[in-house]
Ligand binder design. Structure first.
Ligand code: PRX
Length: 543
């Protein structure tokens, strides 16, 4: 049995995940088993995690950070990211995480909107940050995990700062509504929105880690998600450590043989991954899996995109396990609807709500939709990990709520036995391999390319990625579409937005369909792409 190590009104996530674990007698227990890309192992105990995060809390204090100011990590998988994240939370500094693939525009939007004062990164990303730094007047400190020396102008060495910092830190009392974690999420219009959470979210994260992921004291848990996304913080950091459970983190990229070698060698017991990765594994030959002994593995979970039944059938056949699909969002902070051990699993359904969570399928007018029919997936307001706000965007936050219901932006249906079935998004946000991509962000970046006159971006079905990014462009008069231009477009999107936002397909049109007020008709683009009926286009501008 594992329980949340929390006493009284101390909600501080950094404290709960480290100091409280040591106080509960887990000081010598391995908290983090770090596996390098070359599959070498380094263990960090809870007391090591406590000391390292204390040091980082002191580093931020020494630099003058005040509670509620914002600090970001911008790193590929790295041990320092865990220490910094927990250290920032201990100091009651809000910690945001940025996906290491983000390009300049993506960084500028997020760091600029949040007025972040500091960022932890590595030398490789320094050039990118320096190119935008003059437009980020609040960004005082860039801390480098791989520089032995301070480089001047606020560019500092992590190691030096940590060497000089004390490993003792007294965490101040942190109430449940103290701001904690910040993740930017993409919408279909406008800039990305900063989803701000409270320390109270740990209640939902630990509850679901114990009762959905079924974590026990002697489990070895592996969450493959990157810390740049909510799964990587809610379940790759907070949930398991709040219960004192050992986590594996692997620095390497996807590699079927390495992943299975890890599952076997380390004796991983609970594995949380995502449909695209599972579909990639499914594409490997059956023989690959034959040689591995996965007898220690108890459960497999998935999140982020629809999990097609074929993957579950494959897993049952080859791995002798079900895969439990779980549904949540950056905004919900923790799993809301899921399949889990002990509850009937219907392949293709994302399962049933966890105790205390009340979803509903509502129409656009707020009325209840009958079972079996598609509508807006909503959640009754009031769960502990509900986001606090969209930073600097109260109106967007308010627009998500009506009559005590949170509108998730997803459409779904509920069957007569209460199982929920994901249908799609009610907006134009693209979900590619579990990453939400804003068509608006990609369209804007495309317009920066001098040859492009207009752009419209959609998500189209993809067997592996669930959706792929498809860009429609029109070119200025006299411009010819060449392979060189195509390459230029791909590079530009990768550098400015991120490599995952880079269009898989680019199509050139005479004009991009827009309505009378100039809004891009992505619905028309999608229908064109799919060869489907375009539907009512009476609002289309005169061509
Ligand atoms: O559309 C849903 C999809 O991912 C969205 C949330 O994305 P994000 O905020 O980036 O958080 C991702 C990790 C939780 C949802 O609105 N999504 C998430 N889980 C599922 C899903 N779609 C189908 N099935 C799921 N299990």
């Amino acid at each position: 049995m594992v329980t949340l190590e929390k006493s009284g009104d101390q909600f501080n996530i950094g404290h709960i995940c480290t100091t409280a674990q040591c106080e509960a007698g887990r000081g010598d227990k391995v908290a983090l088993r770090w596996i390098s890309a070359a599959l070498e192992r380094t263990d960090f105990t809870f007391s090591e995690l406590d000391r390292q995060s204390n040091r980082f809390a002191n580093v931020l204090g020494g630099l003058g950070f005040q509670p509620e100011e914002i600090f970001f990590t911008f790193l590929p998988k790295a041990t320092e990211q865990f220490f910094a994240f927990l250290g920032a939370l201990k100091a009651r500094v809000v910690c945001g995480t940025l996906f290491a693939n983000f390009g300049e525009e993506a960084l500028l939007d997020r760091l600029g909107d949040s007025r972040a004062r500091g960022i932890l990164t590595k030398k490789h990303f320094l050039k990118k940050l320096l190119r935008i730094r003059d437009r980020l007047p609040n960004l005082e400190y860039i801390i480098l995990v791989d520089s032995d020396e301070h480089l001047g102008n606020g560019v500092l060495s992590y190691q030096r700062l940590m060497d000089e910092a004390s490993d003792f830190f007294q965490v101040a009392h942190t109430g449940p509504e103290t701001p904690s974690v910040l993740h930017y999420t993409s919408g279909s219009t406008g800039k990305p929105k900063g989803v701000l959470h409270h320390h109270r979210a740990v209640l939902s994260q630990s509850y679901t880690a114990a009762h959905v992921l079924d974590l026990k004291d002697d489990d070895l848990f592996w969450c493959t998600a990157d810390q740049g996304w909510v799964t990587g913080t809610s379940y790759g950091i907070i949930g398991p450590w709040s219960l004192g459970v050992t986590q594996i983190h692997y620095a390497g990229n996807y590699d079927a043989a390495a992943w299975f070698a890890l599952l076997e060698r380390e004796g991983i017991t609970i594995w949380y991954s995502a449909p695209t990765a599972l579909r990639m594994l499914m594409r490997e030959s059956d023989e690959l899996y034959g040689g591995f002994d996965l007898s220690r593995l108890r459960h497999i979970y998935s999140v982020g995109e629809p999990l097609n039944p074929e993957v579950i059938h494959w897993s049952r056949r080859l791995l002798n396990h079900d895969i439990y699909d779980t549904w949540f969002q950056t905004e919900t902070g923790a799993i809301m609807i899921c399949n889990r051990p002990g509850v009937e699993l219907r392949p293709g359904s994302m399962g049933t709500p966890i105790p205390g969570i009340q979803p509903a399928i509502l129409g656009d007018d707020g009325g209840a939709i009958p079972d079996g029919e598609q509508g807006n997936l909503c959640v009754k307001v009031g769960w502990p990990s509900m986001f606090a706000t969209y930073l600097n965007n109260e109106s967007a936050y308010e627009s998500k709520f009506r009559d005590g219901w949170y509108y998730t932006g997803d459409t779904a249906r509920r069957d007569s036995d209460g199982h929920y079935w994901f249908m799609g998004r009610s907006d134009d946000v693209i979900n590619t391999a579990g990453h939400l991509i804003s068509p608006f962000e990609v369209e804007s970046a495309l317009l920066e390319i001098p040859e492009i006159a207009e752009s419209g971006v959609i998500g189209a079905p993809d067997e592996l990625l669930y959706e792929k990014v498809v860009a429609f462009i029109s070119l200025h008069q006299g411009v010819e579409y060449t392979t060189a231009l195509e390459l230029k477009i791909r590079l530009h999107i990768s550098n400015k937005v991120s490599s995952i936002a880079t269009p898989q397909e680019i199509r050139v049109l005479e004009r991009i369909p827009k309505n009378k007020s100039g809004k891009i008709m992505r619905r028309v683009l999608k229908a064109t792409y799919l060869g489907a009926d375009i539907g009512d286009i009476s609002t289309l501008e005169e061509q």
